[in-house]
Design a binder for this molecule. Structure first.
Ligand code: CO
Length: 207
C-alpha cells in the first residue's frame, strides 16, 4: 500500500492513467456505459475522513453510490448543499435508500466532545452534533454508567448518526417525497469501524 502522504500530484495522475487503462483492459465498454447516465443504488452521507471512502468499503465502483461527505456526517437544516444533494438524489435520480454513515474514531466527534470546544468554522459546524453528546450524557447519567473515553466516544458517534437521521427526516425535500410515496426514501443509520473495515447498522436507527 502506497503512503499517500509521499505521493506527488504527478504520481496521482500517473495512477489515474494506470487505473483507467486497467479498467478498459478488463472491460472495453466500461467508460462508454458510464457516460450513458447514472442509476446509483443509495445516497451515502458520510464523513470526509480519508479513511472512510464510501465506494471502497462497500465494494462498489463508479455509478453505484451518490455521495455527500462532510466533517462528522452532519445534516444541517440551513445547509442548501446537502438539501440539494438529497433533492437531486431522491427526486431526480429516484434513489429510495439514504444512508447516514458515521465512523468510530471520528475526529469531528472527538473534537465536538473535547473539554475545550473547537473554534471558528469547525466549532460552529460541530456544535450541530452537540445534541448527540448531550443525549448520551443524559442516558449514561440515568443509568449511572461511566464508560471509558473511547467507549463513550463510540456511543456519541452512534447517537450522532441517529441525530442526523432525525434532521434528515425534518428536511422539506424528504417530507415532500414521503407525502408522494409514503415510506420512501427509507433512511438508514450505519457506522463504519476503521479498525476492522466493517459497517454495521446503528441500533434503533432504521425508519
Ligand atoms: Co469523521
Amino acid at each position: 500500500m502506497v503512503n499517500s502522504r509521499r505521493m506527488s500530484l504527478s504520481d496521482l495522475l500517473a495512477q489515474n492513467r494506470a487505473w483507467a487503462a486497467a479498467q478498459v483492459a478488463r472491460d472495453p465498454d466500461y467508460f462508454a456505459r458510464l457516460t450513458g447516465g447514472q442509476h446509483p443504488r443509495v445516497l451515502w452521507i458520510g464523513c470526509s475522513d480519508s479513511r472512510v471512502p464510501a465506494e471502497q468499503v462497500l465494494g462498489c465502483g463508479p455509478g453505484d453510490l451518490f455521495v455527500h461527505r462532510n466533517v462528522a456526517n452532519i445534516v444541517a437544516y440551513n445547509d442548501i448543499n446537502i438539501a440539494a444533494v438529497v433533492q437531486f438524489a431522491t427526486h431526480n435520480l429516484g434513489i429510495e435508500d439514504v444512508v447516514v454513515c458515521g465512523h468510530y474514531g471520528c475526529g469531528g466527534i472527538r473534537a465536538a466532545c473535547a473539554h475545550e470546544a473547537p473554534t471558528g468554522y469547525i466549532g460552529d459546524w460541530l456544535a450541530i452534533a452537540g445534541w448527540a453528546q448531550r443525549a448520551v450524557d443524559a442516558r449514561l447519567a440515568a443509568a449511572g454508567r461511566v464508560p471509558e473515553r473511547e467507549a463513550y466516544l463510540r456511543l456519541v458517534v452512534e447517537e450522532n448518526v441517529r441525530l442526523q437521521l432525525t434532521h434528515l427526516s425534518h428536511l422539506s425535500v424528504v417530507r415532500d417525497r414521503w407525502a408522494r410515496t409514503p415510506g420512501v426514501p427509507r433512511l438508514h443509520g450505519w457506522v463504519y469501524d476503521i479498525g476492522t473495515g466493517l459497517v454495521k447498522a446503528v441500533e434503533g436507527s432504521d425508519t
